[in-house]
Design a binder for this molecule. Structure first.
Ligand SMILES: [Zn+2]
Length: 494
């Protein structure tokens, strides 16, 4: 290559007193270099000022920050999220992104920061919650708040839910700040209190400061993973919705009496009969569009007869053998129907006394778009005892975000490059997140954690020994950056 030769002959040529002209020569060289850079890139050398060239450093930084963040105990209750919020805000401010704390209650704060862009496209929100669920250290192999890396895994309460993703969002934002030109503002929003419904977190923020977020087009949050088996990614699940939460209490009243003289229609007997009818007559399957798409898109990842069953899911759910099988899959089956779990039973205070009142509590999870009142009316029919009073304890409704969007296509483009053959699929999650507060503002909200997680690791979420393989975590940081680059940058991939 001509260029190269010239440099090696450096001394002679460059040493002359014709300083100025060599500067001009150099300048002309630099423009001449641009195609050279491309050819360097073609030849694999990355432009030094690119995120790609600094990805390994960034992954190191993310791992280091996650370990520090995991050591901050933000167990909810009580939360103490301000400590975590200050940690995140300091990183943002130190990197020239102005971060603001919003105190929502004593010791509890949100962090808000916005990375400005050309503004050609509407912003995206990177949402994460700072709080974690409790962890009993005595039941863990390694300290839940140690932030230790052991045998290639990062251990700690929150690695999966969801301090890991929070730091990955932060790192991707820093990379775009350092090396990118973006057309979409990127909003970083970390909130308290998700694990107990968001009252002192996302709900508070949306209620008190909608002006800071309502212009956003998209939102990324926790929700789903890259489903992985034996280290092999099967599909990248993107949660377009969670199920709505309906908590109910059933109260049966009756005559009290001495238990030596049983009463067939005692409060307890009638309640037990009704709860039994509910358990024996679960809601019928109902296939929503995103769920039909989910099964269609994952069908190539399984063999026959499942492949055909999944690609015709509407018919398959009416086939008793298939339906009995799919009901055993606690991850897939909740996407196909409303569910009811009797969880609390209360009655009586003495073994030999028939109580006047008996109550049961039900955790019902409804598919997006299900009408609450119709659901309760059906339940009443199933119970076949109109004297039993049904009371709504809690109702949190959510709709589904669309999956035919530029955002989904951007994720699919990255997956096609980085995970060839792994489909990107819309999902309806059985568990709940804060995304609904933003869907209510009309923001398309997706649960899209880019981590290759297998069933064994998934089971540690809200359980003991929560951890994430370091390599999986590093990979996720890179994938998230690539998705944001694809979605936000003026020239993605540059
Ligand atoms: Zn969570």
């Amino acid at each position: 290559m001509a260029l190269k030769g010239m440099f090696s002959g450096r001394g002679g040529f460059l040493g002359s007193s014709r300083g100025l002209c060599w500067v001009q020569a150099l300048l002309s060289l630099s423009f001449a270099l641009a195609p050279a850079q491309a050819s360097f890139a073609a030849a694999g050398a990355l432009p030094t000022n690119s995120a790609a060239a600094h990805m390994s450093e960034a992954q190191d930084e993310a791992v280091k920050l996650l370990k520090q963040y995991l050591q901050i105990n933000t167990t909810n209750p009580p939360g103490n999220e301000t400590k975590g919020a200050e940690f995140l805000a300091k990183i943002l401010n130190d990197n020239g992104i102005e971060a603001k704390l919003f105190e929502t209650a004593a010791g509890r704060s949100c962090v808000y920061a916005r990375l400005k862009s050309t503004g050609k496209k509407r912003p995206i929100i990177l949402l994460n919650h700072i709080d974690v669920v409790p962890a009993e250290a005595k039941d863990w192999k390694h300290a839940p708040f140690g932030g230790d890396e052991i045998d290639g895994e990062i251990w700690g309460r929150g690695t999966l839910d969801m301090k890991g993703f929070g730091i990955a969002e932060l790192e991707a934002m820093l990379l775009l700040k350092r090396y990118g030109v973006i057309d979409r503002d990127i909003i970083f929003l970390a909130t308290p209190d998700e694990e107990i419904g968001g009252t002192y977190g996302a709900a508070w923020f949306v209620k008190n400061h909608p002006e800071l977020v309502k212009d956003a087009e998209y939102l990324f949050n926790e929700g789903s993973f890259i489903d992985t088996e034996d280290g092999k990614p099967k599909y990248w699940g993107i949660a377009v919705s969670e199920k709505s939460v309906l908590w109910l209490s059933l109260t049966a009243k009756g005559d009290p009496g001495h238990a030596s003289m049983p009463m067939p229609d005692s409060s307890v007997n009638r309640l037990v009969r009704s709860v039994n009818r509910i358990v024996e007559n679960p809601p019928k399957p109902s296939v929503l569009a995103p769920v039909r798409e989910y099964f269609k898109r994952i069908s190539p990842t399984v063999g026959e007869p499942l492949r055909s069953a999944y690609s015709n899911i509407d018919e398959s759910v009416n086939k008793p053998t298939f339906y009995a099988e799919i009901l055993k899959d606690k991850f897939k089956s909740p996407m196909l129907r409303n569910t009811i779990s009797p969880t609390v039973l209360k009655a009586g205070y003495k073994t030999n006394v028939i109580p006047a009142e008996a109550t049961a509590e039900l955790d019902c999870r409804l598919l997006p778009g299900t009408n609450k009142d119709e659901f309760i009316a059906n339940l009443k029919d199933t119970m076949k005892d109109p004297t039993i009073n049904i009371n709504v304890l809690d109702w949190v409704h959510t709709d589904a975000s669309p999956y035919e969007t530029e955002c989904f296509s951007a994720i699919s483009r990255v997956a096609a490059k980085e995970l060839p053959g792994v489909p990107v699929v819309p999902m309806v999650m059985p568990w709940f997140t804060d995304s609904h507060w933003f869907r209510d503002l009309g923001i398309a909200s997706y649960g899209c954690m880019p981590f290759k997680i297998d069933a064994a690791h998934l089971a540690t979420m809200h359980g003991n020994d929560e951890r994430i393989p370091t390599a999986v975590y590093r990979d996720g940081v890179k994938l998230l950056y690539q998705v944001l680059d694809e979605l936000c940058s003026t020239n993605p991939g540059k």
